[in-house]
Design a protein around this ligand. Sequence first.
Ligand SMILES: [Zn+2]
Ligand SMILES: [Zn+2]
Length: 431
Amino acid sequence: MMSKIRKSLSISSFAIGAVAGIYLAVAEVPLLSTAYAKETTEVSPVRARPRDTYYPNSEDLAPDEMRVIACGTGMPTTRAAQAAACFLVELGNGDKFLFDIGSGSAERISSLQIPYNYLDKVFIGHLHTDHFGALHDLFIGGALMGRNVPLRVWGPSGATPELGTAYALDHMQKMLTWDLAGRAGNVDFRGYRMDVTEFDFKGENQVVYEENGVTIRSFPAIHSIDGSVSYSLEWNGLKFVFSSDTYPNTWFNKYARDADLVVHECFIAVPELVSKMGFTPESALLVGTQVHTAPEAFGKVMSEIKPRMAVAYHFFKDYDTTPAVYDRIRKTYDGPLSLAEDYMVWNVTKDDIRVRLAEVDHHTWAPPAAAPAEPPKPEDKTAMARKLGVDTIDFSEFTKSGFWNVDDVLRPIYEEASEVLGQEFPYPEKQ
Ligand SMILES: [Zn+2]
Ligand SMILES: [Zn+2]
């Protein structure tokens, strides 16, 4: 009997030991029997065969389908192979949601070639940089790449106002004052706005978003200090759960039940925290078991809530660290499992969960805009000056005194554009 859970490349890198199968073991089906379950396809010297890789912008999303893509699965420390926490959920109704947006994840997101107006909803689980450190990249870079609607962000409150999402993102926008002032009047400025919704971190299964048949709920997580949450997303009879970071807790056990896909943190095993990260044993034990969820504890959580697919993330997935994480999870959990890495893709429907890796183009440019861009407006610059309490944010006489006149080579560029595009583009003469 075939399992409904198909191939999982998450196990393929664990191809050491006696069994080098690339098929996923599920509780009721022994690994060896599923390893032979390859579908036969016609072999021809001239006809293409089906491929088992996800190529972004090459597959339609079915009306009843949820597609989840890992845009960051790593640790709080940066590495080229894995960005920090970020999971994209795409729904067959056209809605897309980002859960956490950790350092380095904006590049992964851009590789998916999704028009940026569709990437306008971000849910932050907590305010560690490995969970929101790329937000300003999406805010500014996303607008530059075609987002002309505000970026909407949701996140929890903290024990004091200063520890909440609204405070953090208000100050992030203040940090970007120079950046924003310099862009006003030069680009379509409509996308350089952030709408922030802060909700009570103590809310238990509280609805924080409900639109277009999609309900997103938050429940408290236990991590670092007060002010961390986990999320569930329900749509069309499918349920996705994202832990962000948390120690195992009773809220998760209660509200992550009946989920199809559950993404939960699973930290690197304690011995590797010592040998690879240079932690003292005392610190490794604390961070690896008390601050974060140890692999054995991850397994225990999954055995409790029994998702259709458990996804472990938040460890550096190398050939020599994966076996320990896997073995330790398997001490306490024998159900469907994906050990996440960046660009892992889950296609979820009511009767199938397909797990693959994406192969992406690393040399991407801006995807097409979902709504036409407007030319820059001088009023945006005036409004910015007013906000800063000055007459103008144009260059000062001092800076202007340093201009070297190269109008002779720049004016022909305007003339060329005017001629080619059949529209007059007046050269901005320097006074
Ligand atoms: Zn954290
Ligand atoms: Zn984290």
